[in-house]
Design a protein around this ligand. Structure first.
Ligand SMILES: [Zn+2]
Length: 216
């Protein structure tokens, strides 16, 4: 039976690496995949991993119908034995419904990869719809670690090095190099709740305010 599988996790948990591994294993066996992505760090129409691997992909635009895209591709004589959707948290809920239809009506496996929750620890709409519709959810337990050494389960956004919990859900980091530069960091839940990033923990450790005895 074909399946819709959601591989979920934090940033830096190796999702795109696994997506590329699945792509490699299947194409090595002569299977042809349709790869969708959105806002990959390597640029439009690319699926890349932090380890430096990259492959071509179809960039999903706002309002694109993924089911219709597959039907067009197949009716023009193209092949698609499986579908990979990376950065699936950025897809609209309707596009996740279209992927479920690809599984049910076209009988093609769909492997979706995405970050579960945003920097406020709220589900991304695309990830929420995947949790609702997927035949299987695989939570990736990769060695993403908080600065304290605990397993990192939450994504933090920083602005000028300070953790924030308000703002637009999707802001791609590393765009500007200013004092208000937006960055991302993975933390354990305890330090996400306390808003302690690696930088603020270091600053607290060095601050005289935290010494138990004031110098005389
Ligand atoms: Zn921690």
């Amino acid at each position: 039976m074909p399946e819709l599988v959601f591989f979920s996790g934090t940033m830096d948990c190796g999702k795109s690496t696994l997506a590329l591994q699945i792509e490699h294993n299947r194409s090595a066996r002569g299977l042809a995949g349709m790869i969708f992505t959105r806002d990959d760090r390597a640029g439009e129409g690319k699926l890349s991993s932090r380890l430096g691997l990259v492959t071509d992909a179809v960039e999903v635009e706002d309002g694109a119908d993924l089911y219709a895209h597959l039907v067009d591709h197949l009716s023009q004589g193209g092949r698609a034995d499986y579908v990979i959707a990376d950065e699936a948290q950025f897809l609209a809920p309707e596009q996740i419904d279209q992927l479920a239809r690809v599984v049910d009506d076209l009988e093609i496996d769909v492997f979706a990869f995405g970050i579960t929750t945003d920097f406020r620890s709220k589900l991304f709409p695309g990830s929420q719809r995947l949790v609702e519709l997927a035949d299987r959810v695989e939570v990736l337990q990769v060695e993403a670690l908080c600065w304290c050494g605990a397993r990192a389960t939450h994504n933090a956004r920083t602005v000028g090095g300070v953790m924030v919990v308000e703002g637009a859900q999707v802001v791609v980091g590393d765009v500007t190099r200013s004092a208000d530069e937006i960055g991302y960091e993975v933390l354990c839940r305890r330090h996400h709740r306390r808003r302690m990033t690696a930088a603020s923990a270091r600053a607290a450790a060095l601050s005289p305010d935290v010494l138990p005895v004031s110098p005389s």
